[in-house]
Write a protein that binds this ligand. Structure first.
Ligand code: NOJ
Length: 577
């Protein structure tokens, strides 16, 4: 007979095996890459990217040193908001292919060791989703899946003054229900009602469905918009000089439609669902990333409530081409200092909603890419940034596809359009930049593709792509970048920024000269104890500085606009972070 003691030991060891989440925090030093599927690679020649196209090009991620990709939505959708209007969360839109195509993609990513994160869009569905159709029809179970309300003035006016992010009232009247429904985005993107427990259940089932498929995590869309204030009060009107038209989103102070405290609890709920699944399947930890354009305090709450990566957009939203080193230092330091213990920092440089780096930072694109790679934690790259693609600013009103822009007028669409930063990836100088064989691609490719393309940059002694590869390689080999301390310093009258990473005897230092016309000389003796010389690992393209040359630590010359990454051996007692 088995003794009680042995029985207890056995039980304990089974519990250990079953409950152990494997490969914890695998994303700690990873580069994540956002694939915008419509624009990455078109396999079937219809001018729109697809899953087979992505599968064909997976080796590119290995070549570029990328550890994980996140896919913008590939689910069934009428494509009003290019996939962010989902009509079925569990099926693939034919534009992108089939479930079989996704399975094949996942088999190959697993083989290559690339993680795959899917977009999860909980705030709204498409008006073509069967839940909404049933809700419109008043079917009992679905009646309250969405936010329905009676209008003002005998139901002839919207229930309140709320404005949609895509301009105009955030309410749409529906004749059949004789009620108004809420849509924080386009009117064909009705908001789900999270006061309904059935909606929670649906969302948790969706998460489990995709986990069963074998994906590695979720990027959670528009989380700050999910809950609205009970009672639906009017929002205060603000006078905004920048405002395009009176029905523009900027006209209101969104105290009742953004940042509701219950949004954080949702993250905890989904964390639990994902962790329970992972435990039960004895699987690797899954990553949760949250998309929230909000203040620092709120961003940190997403970490606290269960996100692994609360997207840090501050290098997009808080600084720009005119910012000084001290402003960059502030943005970096405040993120690091405010992050809850044990969490991983992240630096987002671009996405499908924002202008590209090369367009935001003319002449300084490498500076920003280098910065995101030298800072601790996760770097997030938007497709095309590895070759420094630019916005296609020549897209006309007639060619415009983005609903956010189509909802204004020919005079103002350029201020809102996201099309210029969503154009096809520029693979080579052949027809359609090697993206497609179609007569016309869904968005026009800028003429610069003949020179600005991946093939042209590969294997060059120096190019944006080679710089990118050098950086990702450095991240995977350097202890200082993986575990080192971080020190940010402003020198030379706020014209030079120093990012100093050290671990034991190894130092990696980034120096950026922010001046457009003044050369600077920097003394790093105090930063690099015991070192008299350092190796230039890389410098921005066009700097004229030879990679792998040596510099004297006491007088490092920094021509205008130059960014340098140095390696030095130091007398180190730096503890790892
Ligand atoms: C955030 C997405 O990033 C954006 O592209 C989309 O338009 C809105 N959510 C609505 O889903």
């Amino acid at each position: 007979m088995i003794s009680l003691r042995l029985y207890c030991i056995l039980l304990f060891s089974i519990a250990l095996v079953a409950g152990e989440i494997k490969n914890k925090v695998w994303w700690k030093n990873i580069v994540f890459y956002q694939v915008y599927p419509r624009s990455f690679m078109d396999n079937d020649g219809d001018g729109v990217g697809d899953l087979k196209g992505i599968t064909d090009k997976l080796e590119h991620f290995i070549d570029a040193g990328i550890g994980g990709i996140w896919l913008s939505p590939i689910y069934s959708s009428p494509m009003v908001d290019f996939g962010y209007d989902i009509s079925n969360f569990l099926t693939i839109d034919p534009t992108f292919g089939t479930m079989d195509d996704l399975d094949k993609l996942l088999q190959k990513t697993k083989r290559l060791g690339i993680k795959v994160v899917m977009d999860f869009v909980p705030n709204h569905t498409s008006d073509q989703h069967e839940w909404f159709i049933k809700s419109v029809n008043g079917e009992e179970k679905y009646k309250d899946y969405y936010v329905w309300l009676e209008g003002r003035e005998n139901n002839t006016k919207p229930p309140n003054n709320w404005i949609s992010l895509f301009s105009g009232p955030a309410w749409k009247y529906n004749e059949k229900r004789n009620l108004w429904y809420l849509h924080q985005f386009e009117y064909r993107q009705p908001d789900l009602n999270f006061n309904n427990p059935d909606v929670h259940k649906e969302m948790n089932d969706i998460l489990r469905f995709w986990l069963d498929k074998g994906i590695d995590g979720f990027r959670i869309d528009a989380i700050i918009h999910v809950y609205e204030k009970d009672g639906f009060p009017d929002e205060p009107v603000v006078y905004n000089k920048l405002t395009l038209t009176t029905d523009n989103y900027l006209n209101l102070n969104h105290i009742y439609t953004k940042n509701d405290p219950r949004n954080y609890d949702l993250i905890t709920e989904w964390r639990k669902t994902v962790d329970e699944w992972t435990d039960a399947h004895n699987e690797e930890e899954k990553v949760l990333m949250t998309e929230a354009y909000t203040n620092l305090t709120n961003l940190m709450k997403y970490y606290t409530y269960g996100a692994d990566i609360s997207f840090n957009f501050n290098l997009i939203t808080e600084v720009n081409i005119t910012s000084k080193p001290s402003e960059f230092k502030h943005v970096i330091d405040e993120w690091i200092l405010n992050m809850p213990d044990g969490k991983v920092a992240n630096w987002v440089m671009g996405n499908h909603d924002r202008s590209r780096i090369a367009t935001r930072y003319p002449g300084r694109v490498d500076q920003m890419t280098i910065l995101s790679m030298i800072l601790p934690g996760v770097a997030v790259t938007y497709y095309g940034e590895e070759i420094a693609m630019e916005d296609n600013l020549s897209i006309t009103w007639k060619q415009t596809k983005d609903p956010q822009a189509c909802h204004v007028d020919p005079e103002h669409f350029k201020e809102l359009t996201r099309d210029p930063n969503r154009t096809p990836f520029q693979w080579d100088d052949s027809i359609d930049a090697g993206f497609s064989t179609a007569l016309e691609t869904w968005l026009p490719i800028p003429d610069n593709y003949k020179e600005l393309n991946l093939a042209n940059q590969k294997g060059k002694p120096e190019s944006h792509y080679v710089l990118y590869q050098t950086l990702t390689k450095l991240r995977s080999t350097s202890i200082a970048l993986q575990n080192g301390t971080l020190k940010t310093t402003v020198l030379n009258n706020d014209r030079v920024l120093i990012i100093d990473r050290q671990s034991n005897n190894e130092a990696i230092v980034l120096l950026i000269n922010f001046s457009d016309d003044v050369a600077e000389v920097v003394d790093l003796t105090d930063h690099l104890p015991g070192a008299t010389e350092a190796i230039v690992i890389l410098a921005n393209i066009g700097s004229g500085i030879t990679w792998r040359s040596m510099v004297l630590v006491s007088s490092i010359e920094l021509p205008p606009k130059v960014s340098l990454v140095l390696f030095a051996k130091v007398d180190g007692s730096h503890s790892d972070s």
